[in-house]
Design a protein around this ligand. Sequence first.
Ligand code: ADP
Ligand code: MG
Length: 568
Amino acid sequence: MEQTATMEITEQERKTFGDFNLRKELLKALDDRGFIEPTPVQVAVLGQDNLNADLIVRAKTGSGKTLAFLLPLMSDDQLDPTRPGVVVISPTRELALQISREAAWVSRGINCPCTSLVGGMDMSSQIRDLRRGVAFAIGTPGRILDHVRRGTLCMDSVHTVVLDEGDHMLDMGFRDELEGILDAASGRRRTWLFSATMPPAVRALSRKYLSDPRMISLVDEGAQHEDIIHTVYTTPKNRQMDGLVNVLLWENSSKGLVFCHTRAETIEVANRLTQERFSSCCLHGDMSQRERNHALSMFVSGRVSHLVATNVASRGLDIPEVEHVFQFGLPSDAETFIHRSGRTGRAGNEGRDILVLTMAEAYKLKGMLRNTNISLNWLPVPDSQAIRARQRARYEEKIFSVCSDGLCDTGEWAESLLERSDPVQLVTNLLRIAEKSIRSGYSLKADMEREREQSDSRRTKSVPERGGKRPMGRRNRGTLVRLAVKDAADWNAGKVLRTVCSALDVSSGDVAEIILGKDKVMVELLPKALEKYNRNPERLSGSALSRIASSGRRGGQARKDQARIRTA
Ligand code: ADP
Ligand code: MG
């Protein structure tokens, strides 16, 4: 049946969990955990006047959908700890286990036994749980259906089915399993479907199995996740892996999720990262459940800093504090791009989404995201010289931030060394030793330039010149760099141009375009200026034009309130 009610949530007054009809034990668990304010999707679900209705909930990943369904279902008067009343179906084992963990802590104070019915794990312990009596069965489609067919999961008492990440379950080919479970839960009184997107397959499923659903939509089609900053690094064609290494060194992530296309590629990348002295492990579908849990826990606990995963691993996984998502190679579509990048910037934390692409892939990405308002920063892959400078700066920072606790005898050692040698020589020697552990990656500049020249000359040959002046392909040569300006009214294009040229020591011919906005300026730098800028982005800081720090929303194309001025 078609949806009848649509609710658009735009703004709401601040609510607390206490404003809703939740059991006090659940409120206590939330409070103990430090969760005070419900997220918008939680407000939207908890605020429903009829929680017995079918629901379709659209919200971006990381928005708190799990508690949005667990809290009202666990506060339900009909909760029976002896018979399964709620079945939650989730696309991957990791995600199902994650929901189970959330269910466990939030239901600590109430009698609400839950079991995880996921594939790849011991069947007999699941059967034991079910015999003992559970209120919630949380699992993956295949294993749940398996239990239904064996008769170990009795569906007669099931009053609620929750389909989590509906779009991905269908993407992953679980339609038959879902239909099997929904058909078996014929006595249910409500079905809640959570899905970030509503492709035709999801609509068809909802028409078949949901009745008169209320629609809660918190997604702005193609909207940018404000807390995520996307950066594309272009790398030479046959040196993508070297490019990835450079980017990892440059970004210096202590918790990064690296996405690859295939299982083989995850292994290859993880091996390479190990060789390059990054700690990493893989997560892909060919691994046993035990291996997957192990990899995940190594990453979550911080024992390895990089988890190299296929897309399957990206579905709904909530790994706390992922600073960086690295997408190695072009994502297959805009949705994959959004889902992968949604692994960072969770629950209000700021995150960085980094793409390492060839120039051809970067071009395709532009097309892929054309209909979204996601804005990307485009940069060539950092070169070894720039990385080295950055690593040195980090090392210096480390030296200056060491606080002496007065307990060790290092001070005395230093004094004794200084008595015996020239201070400059001594520091030089120490730095030489330290530099052995500083990694500066690969020199990719020459390859990058060669490729750029080739592509420029191809473009010049194929595109007739306009007015005998400049080839039309010119627009693609530069890279936009966003700069913050203090008093925008005091700036005009000429002043920006002069400032940039003098700070970077380039001529006006190296700056292609200047876009003046309200509080920022976007400057399109041609290769020479860009290279100088990348070598030391802080060069502009002293000039009242500062690099926009890693916060806030990035503007993409020039808007109406911006003025474009072509220079070169
Ligand atoms: P989604 O299913 O929408 O991708 P999750 O339910 O996995 O998102 O939630 C993402 C993270 O936010 C989890 O770590 C969860 O514990 C946390 N979270 C959920 N609700 C709140 C809240 N009200 N306050 C603070 N953190 C929350
Ligand atoms: Mg989720």
